[in-house]
Structures are given as C-alpha cells and as structure tokens.
Design a binder for this molecule. Structure first.
Ligand code: ATP
Ligand code: MG
Length: 203
C-alpha cells in the first residue's frame, strides 16, 4: 500500500530568509523523514509591521532554496490578501491532500506564541509540530511548554540540532550598520540584498 506523503511546512516572514531557516528545514527533513518541505512566506502579517514587500521576501526564499530539490516555495499565504491564519492554510492543504501528513516546523519562540494564534487546537489536530531549540529557551523550558500544549492536543517532535544564533532582525541590523552578513545568509541572498539596496534605511 502506498503511504501518504509526509510534508513539512516552514512558515515565516523571511525578512530575509537566512541560514537558520535552512538549517532548521534540513534537520527537520532528515530527522522526521519528510518527502518535501514547503517554504511558505507570509503575506502582509498583522503581527509584524514595517515588513519588506512580499514580492522581495518571496524572491529571496526562491533564491535560497533553488539548489534543494526537496524544498519548494508555496505562495498560499503570500498571495492571500488580508491576514492569513495557519489553521486556514492547513485546512486548505488538508482539503486538497487528505492523505498527506503535515508537519509544521518551528523554532522554540513559536512554541511559546502559538496558543495566541487563531484556533490553535485546530492547528494541533491538522499538523504535528516539529520544534527546534532557539535563543534563550533551554530544552527544559521547551519540554515543559510542550507538555502544556500536549494537553490541548499538540503532538510535538523535538529536533536534535545545534542552536544557530541568527535572526532576520540581526541581519537587518547588520546591513544597516554596514556589517557583513555573508556567514548568515546564502550568497545569492546576500547579493540580492545588496543589489536591491534592502534594509539600509531600516528604522
Ligand atoms: P525576525 O527576527 O524578523 O522575527 P526570524 O529570524 O525569527 O525573523 P521568521 O521568519 O520570523 O525569522 O521565522 C520563521 C521560522 O523560523 C520560525 O518558526 C522561527 O522560530 C524559525 N527560526 C528562525 N531563525 C531560527 C534559528 N536561528 N533557529 C531556529 N529556528 C529559527
Ligand atoms: Mg521571528
């Protein structure tokens, strides 16, 4: 019998995409045996203001994942006008592909926010969470939070991977201060940022 596909979803603002996102997706793919990872840039988020236009964030994601055959760009959220909600995105994907198991890949910061999102319990029913360590959240805190979320129906897989101390916020600050970002983003992305003069005037 043919098994259903296992597909990872890497949602994010990707302003810009960086090596932390790629490392997270690679580890998730390997450890959770995913057939494919969908990179899903947000549209205009209600949670973050002053975000670079969607088309440019999307272009950088496309450049960064081009060389990985199992990584694919999904424009479901980017093309939607108005707010997008993860539970709606998952409903949409599930309706189109009922046999696919979805894995929602996140850094630990999202584990601590997801209860504030719309309809978290529906998210937990439709996707397994795949969580990586990040920032100041140590593994004990993460597991404690995971235990709480499990009571609301969440299934969580914890990735075993090194912490990579990089964020899009850091990158924007570095560009603004004229510091090199070549160790933090793929070369194509660094080049795009330079060509398009992105982030120089960030406030
Ligand atoms: P910003 O600083 O603008 O919030 P970000 O670096 O957090 O940007 P996002 O697009 O907000 O990037 O994040 C998308 C997803 O990637 C989230 O689930 C986030 O937790 C995860 N993520 C981003 N950077 C890392 C990292 N260095 N290690 C682990 N997970 C990460
Ligand atoms: Mg973030």
């Amino acid at each position: 019998m043919k098994r259903g596909k296992r597909i990872g979803i890497m949602g994010g603002t990707f302003n810009p995409i960086h090596n932390g996102h790629l490392l997270l997706a690679k580890n998730a793919q390997k450890q959770v045996l995913l057939d494919q990872v969908l990179f899903m840039p947000s549209g205009n988020s209600y949670m973050k203001r002053n975000v670079l236009e969607t088309q440019k964030r999307v272009a950088m994601v496309a450049l960064a994942i081009e060389r990985y055959p199992d990584f694919e760009l999904s424009l479901i959220e980017a093309q939607k006008s108005g707010n997008t909600y993860t539970y709606e995105t998952l409903e949409c994907l599930k309706a189109a592909n009922p046999d696919t198991q979805y894995y929602f890949i996140i850094g630990a910061d999202i584990l601590f926010q997801i209860e504030q999102w719309r309809n978290p319990k529906q998210i937990f029913q439709m996707a397994v969470l795949v969580c990586a360590v990040r920032n100041d959240y140590d593994f004990n805190m993460i597991q404690k939070k995971g235990h709480d979320l499990a009571a609301s129906g969440a299934n969580i897989i914890y990735l075993n991977m090194p912490k990579l101390d990089v964020s899009s916020t850091d990158i924007r600050a570095k560009v603004k201060s004229n510091l090199s970002i070549s160790d933090l983003v793929p070369p194509e992305v660094a080049q795009y940022i330079e060509q398009e003069h992105l982030y120089y005037e960030e406030d």
